[in-house]
Ligand binder design. Structure first.
Ligand code: PEP
Ligand code: MG
Length: 835
C-alpha cells in the first residue's frame, strides 16, 4: 500500500464537480484507492463521487490518499501528480452566497434587531405562516411505510437492476432535450445512478435481507444523513438530489401509482418547491398549508395568483441551497418582509404574535364591511368582485364579501390532467359556482390556454415568446370542439343563474365576430335540442391587448361588457414579460402611459353606454385604488381576501377627488411622480387629533425597545395615521441611533419627523415592567411622531412643551399613576393645552 498526504486547496471543498474529476481518474485503475479526511476522520472510496463528498473535505483540510492493488505504482503516481498539479484548478470558485441580501430591500429595524436567522426571497403573497418545512416533489422517506411485499432475493435484485436501467434511460432522454440549467441537474442525477458506491450501498442493504424498496429507502437515508451533517452548505444541498434520485428509482421499479408524488399534509406546513403547478397547489390541504416557497416563478404566475386567493404567504426566487438543511424543521414564511425565518426564537415568536394581533384587529374591523356594497364616501357604487379559478373558490369568495365573480379563469379546469374535461363535467362545475353565488353574477372567461398556461394533451408546440403567441382565443379555431363544448356547458349552466361569457386576448374585431358566429351556432343547436339557456346571456371581452383600446367604439357595437386585464395589458403595453422575475422592476402599472391607456378605455366604453371592470392584480393594490376609483370603473375584481379591505378603503374615498387625482397623475412624467402624488393624497385624507385613546396603552407587556417601538407604530397604523408602520419605526430608530431617547426618571421619548406619519401623533405606552432603553431604564414611553410635510411649527411647539413638562415630577407621577387610558389622555391634553 502506498500513501501520501496533502492539504485541500479548493476554496469550496470537495463537492460534486472536483469529486467527479477524482472519481474519473481513479476508475482507470483496479487498485483500491481511499481518501481519508484527517479532520473528520472519514474515509471514502475515491472512485465514488458520493463517497468522496461524504468525507466532508473542506478548504485547508489535511487528507491522506492510500492506494493498494495490482497497479498501485502507476495509480499512485498518477493520482499524486493530479492532486499536486491539477486538483487545485479543477473547480471554478462557486458564486458566493449573497449574504448581504443584495437585491432585497433592507429589513425593518424592529425585525433586524432580533438578529433572527433568515434567508430572503421575493414576497408575492402577503401575511406570514409557521410550519414544518416540507419539499413538494421530494419525499419524507420515514413516512414510506406501506412497502411492496418482499419477493425472493434474485427477483428483488432483478427488479432493482431493471429500475436502474429505466431510470438511467429516462435521464438520458431528458438530457437530450433539457435546457442548460435543467441539464446540469439531470447530469448530477445520472452521476448518482452511475456511482459505484451508491450501487454498493444498495447491494449491501439487499445483502442484509432487505427487499429492493427497503434497500433504496435505507440507502437514501444513509446518504441524506451523511450529507445533512456536512459543514458545507453546498454539500448539504446534494441531499435533495439523493432524495430525488432514490424516489425516482422507487417509481421506476414500482410505478408512480405506488409511489405517488402527491403530498398529504399532516400538520401546519410550509411547502418548498421549484415551481408548483396550479393543480398541485389545489391538491394541498389549505387548512394546513401555512406558506409557500418557490425557487422560481414570477409574481403573477397562476399558482401565485391562487396562493393569493387562498391567502397563503408566498415567496418566489428563494435560494433553495440555503434551506436544504431545514427540511423537517419549523420555519416561518413572511410574505410581507420577503423572508423565511429558519430559527424561531422567543423574540421572533413574540414579534409574530404582535403581527398576528395587528392582523386580527384589521380583519375584525373589515368584517363590518364584508356584507356592504362597495361604495365611495360620496355615494358612487363600485362593485367589488372576486377572481376565482375553480368553483371551489366561489363559496369562500362570496363569504368574504364578493359582490360578484368578476373573473372565473377556466383554463385551470383543463390543466394538469391527461385529457380535457367533457361538457357535463364543466356544466357541473359552473352549476356548483352558481349555487354558491345565490343570484349574484359570474363572469366565466373562456379558456386562456397557452402562454404561461400549458396543457400537455393539446400538444401546442413550445414557442420562444409564448405570451405573444398561440394562446387564448387564438387557439379556438384549431381546438374548435373544445371551445364549443365549453360554450355549450356555460350556456346550459346559464339556465340556473346569472352567467356572463368573456373572451380573453381579443386583439381585433374579426375575432369577436368569429366568436359570435360560433356562439350563435351553439345557441341554435341548444334550441333545437330544447335545452334551456339564458337567451340574454351577456358577451364580453377582456381588454388586455393594447390594440383593442383603439377600437372600443367598434367593439361596443358587438359586445355587452369589457374587463381590463391589467396583468397582460401592462405586459403588452410596456413589453415586459409578466412571468420573468428579472424584469419585474419594469412592470409598473403607475406609468403615466398606462394610466392614460386605462382612462382612454374606460371613457370610450362609457361613452357608448357599456359596462367596464378591471380584473388584473392591480385591483387589489390599495395604494392605487384612488386612481382606479378616479377612472370610474363599474367593477373591480380581485383575489377574494383583498375584498373587505378594499371595501373599507373605497368607503373613505371621494370619487370626485379621485378623478382630480387621476388627471394629475396622467400629467406626471414618471411613475415616481405618480407615487409621490398618491402619498400626498393619502396624507390629506383625514384630520385626527394629536392625542387619541387608540394610541395609548397602559401596563403593556412589552419587553424590549424593539417591542415598544413596533407596537406603538402598529397602533398608529391601526389608527389610520400611518400606512407603513415598519418605515415609521425605521425613522424612529434612525433617531435612536444618534442618541438614545431615555430621559431618566423611567421615561423615554422616542421621536421623529417622518414622511411615514400621515397625521402627527403622541403615542403612549406605560409598561408592566421597566426595560433597558439605551443606558437608561424606561417604564413610561411617550412617542412623538410628526408629519414631515405638515405646515407651520405648531406641533413642534407642543412637542417642546411636552419635553419640558416631563422634567417636572408632578406631571410624571400623574402619568405614572394614571388609573385609566382616559386619565392619560386628559392629562396630556390639559397640560399641553390641546383643545
Ligand atoms: C390579466 O391579464 O390581467 C388577467 C386578468 O388575465 P390572466 O392573468 O389570467 O392572464
Ligand atoms: Mg390576461
Amino acid at each position: 500500500m502506498k500513501t501520501f498526504s496533502f492539504t485541500c486547496e479548493l476554496p469550496n471543498g470537495v463537492h460534486a464537480r472536483p469529486a467527479n474529476h477524482v472519481e474519473t481518474l481513479c476508475n482507470n485503475y483496479s487498485s483500491e484507492i481511499k481518501w481519508t479526511n484527517e479532520r473528520t476522520g472519514i474515509t471514502g472510496n475515491a472512485k465514488s463521487v458520493l463517497s468522496l463528498i461524504g468525507t466532508d473535505t473542506l478548504f485547508e483540510d489535511t487528507c491522506t490518499i492510500s492506494v493498494e492493488g495490482s497497479d498501485e505504482n502507476e495509480a499512485f503516481e498518477k493520482v499524486k501528480q493530479f492532486i499536486e498539479t491539477e486538483f487545485e484548478h479543477c473547480d471554478a470558485p462557486l458564486e458566493t452566497a449573497n449574504e448581504d441580501d443584495g437585491e432585497f430591500v433592507p429589513l425593518p429595524r424592529n425585525f433586524a434587531n432580533l438578529k433572527a436567522e433568515h434567508i430572503r426571497g421575493r414576497a408575492v403573497s402577503g401575511g406570514f405562516g409557521r410550519g414544518k418545512l416540507v419539499r413538494v416533489g421530494a419525499v419524507d422517506f420515514d413516512s414510506l411505510t406501506d412497502l411492496p411485499p418482499v419477493a425472493a432475493i434474485e427477483e428483488e435484485k432483478n427488479q432493482l437492476e431493471a429500475g436502474f436501467e429505466t431510470l438511467s434511460r429516462s435521464f438520458k432522454v431528458q438530457l437530450a432535450s433539457a435546457a442548460a440549467t435543467e441539464a446540469d441537474v439531470v447530469k448530477a442525477h445520472l452521476a448518482i445512478v452511475n456511482d459505484i458506491e451508491f450501487k454498493a450501498t444498495l447491494d449491501a442493504k439487499m445483502a442484509e435481507g432487505k427487499g429492493a424498496a427497503e434497500a433504496v429507502i435505507a440507502t437514501a437515508k444513509h446518504y441524506t444523513a451523511q450529507l445533512r451533517n456536512s459543514a458545507s452548505a453546498y454539500m448539504r444541498e446534494r441531499e435533495l438530489d439523493i432524495r430525488d434520485v432514490c424516489f425516482q428509482l422507487l417509481q421506476a421499479i414500482y410505478g408512480e401509482d405506488k409511489f405517488s408524488n402527491s403530498l398529504a399534509l399532516t400538520g401546519p406546513t410550509i411547502c418548498l418547491a421549484d415551481d408548483l403547478t396550479p393543480s398541485q397547489f389545489l391538491e394541498l390541504d389549505k387548512s394546513l398549508l401555512k406558506g409557500l416557497i418557490l425557487t422560481r416563478g414570477g409574481s403573477t404566475s397562476h399558482t401565485v395568483i391562487l396562493a393569493r386567493s387562498f391567502a397563503i404567504s408566498t415567496l418566489v426566487g428563494v435560494d433553495e441551497t440555503k434551506l436544504g438543511d431545514r427540511l423537517g424543521y419549523e420555519v416561518m414564511v413572511d410574505g410581507d418582509l420577503g423572508l423565511v425565518v429558519t430559527e424561531i426564537t422567543k423574540p421572533v415568536s413574540r414579534y409574530y404574535e404582535q403581527e398576528q394581533r395587528v392582523q386580527d384587529t384589521v380583519r375584525e374591523r373589515q368584517a363590518a364591511f364584508r356584507d356592504q356594497k362597495g361604495m365611495t364616501a360620496d355615494g358612487k357604487p363600485v362593485e367589488l368582485a372576486a377572481n376565482i379559478a375553480h368553483s371551489i373558490e366561489a363559496g369562500p369568495a362570496f363569504r368574504n364579501g364578493a359582490e360578484a365573480i368578476g373573473l372565473f379563469r377556466t383554463e385551470m379546469l383543463y390543466m394538469d390532467r391527461t385529457c380535457e374535461p367533457d361538457e357535463d363535467e364543466l356544466y357541473n362545475i359552473y352549476c356548483q359556482a352558481i349555487e354558491d353565488a345565490d343570484g349574484k353574477s359570474i363572469i366565466i372567461r373562456t379558456i386562456d390556454i397557452g402562454g404561461d398556461k400549458p396543457v400537455d394533451y393539446l400538444q401546442i408546440p413550445a414557442e420562444n415568446n409564448p405570451f405573444l403567441g398561440y394562446r387564448a382565443v387564438r387557439i379556438y379555431e384549431e381546438f374548435i370542439d373544445l371551445f364549443k363544448a365549453q360554450l355549450r356547458s356555460i350556456l346550459r349552466a346559464s339556465a340556473h343563474g346569472s352567467l356572463k361569457i368573456m373572451i380573453p386576448m381579443i386583439s381585433s374585431l374579426e375575432e369577436i365576430l368569429w366568436v359570435k358566429d360560433i356562439l350563435a351556432e351553439i345557441r341554435q343547436d341548444l334550441r333545437k335540442e330544447h335545452i334551456p339557456f339564458d337567451e340574454k346571456i351577456p358577451l364580453g371581452i377582456m381588454v388586455e391587448v393594447p390594440s383593442v383600446a383603439f377600437i372600443i367604439d367598434q367593439c361596443c357595437e358587438e359586445v355587452d361588457f369589457f374587463s381590463i386585464g391589467s396583468n397582460d395589458l401592462t405586459q403588452y403595453l410596456m413589453a415586459v414579460d409578466r412571468d420573468n422575475a428579472k424584469v419585474t422592476k419594469h412592470y409598473n402599472s403607475l406609468n403615466p402611459a398606462f394610466l392614460r391607456t386605462l382612462d382612454h378605455i374606460v371613457t370610450s366604453v362609457h361613452r357608448h353606454g357599456k359596462w367596464v371592470g378591471l380584473c388584473g392584480e392591480l385591483g387589489a393594490k390599495g395604494s392605487v385604488l384612488p386612481l382606479l376609483v378616479g377612472l370610474g370603473l363599474d367593477e373591480i375584481s380581485m383575489s377574494a381576501p383583498s375584498i373587505p379591505a378594499t371595501k373599507e378603503r373605497v368607503s373613505k374615498l371621494d370619487s370626485r377627488q379621485c378623478r382630480i387625482l387621476l388627471n394629475k397623475a396622467m400629467d406626471c412624467r414618471t411613475s415616481l411622480q405618480v407615487e409621490h402624488l398618491l402619498a400626498q393624497f393619502r396624507m390629506e385624507q383625514s384630520d385626527a387629533p394629536l392625542v387619541s385613546r387608540d394610541c395609548i396603552m397602559l401596563d403593556a407587556d412589552l419587553r424590549s425597545k424593539e417591542e415598544v417601538i413596533k407596537t406603538l407604530s402598529d397602533n398608529l397604523f391601526l389608527a389610520g395615521r400611518c400606512r407603513y408602520p415598519n418605515s415609521l419605526a425605521d425613522d424612529l430608530w434612525a433617531r435612536e441611533d444618534v442618541f438614545s431617547t431615555g430621559l431618566g426618571f423611567g421615561f423615554a421619548i422616542p421621536h421623529t419627523k417622518s414622511e411615514h406619519i400621515e397625521q402627527s401623533a403622541i403615542s403612549v405606552s406605560r409598561l408592566a415592567k421597566p426595560i433597558q432603553w439605551g443606558d437608561e431604564e424606561a417604564q413610561f414611553v411617550i412617542m412623538l411622531t410628526l408629519n414631515k410635510h405638515a405646515a407651520g411649527d405648531q406641533h413642534m411647539k407642543i412637542f417642546s412643551k411636552l419635553a419640558r413638562r416631563i422634567m417636572q415630577e408632578e406631571f410624571r407621577s400623574k402619568l405614572m399613576n394614571a388609573a385609566s387610558v382616559a386619565e392619560v389622555e386628559n392629562t396630556l391634553k390639559s397640560e399641553l393645552e390641546l383643545a
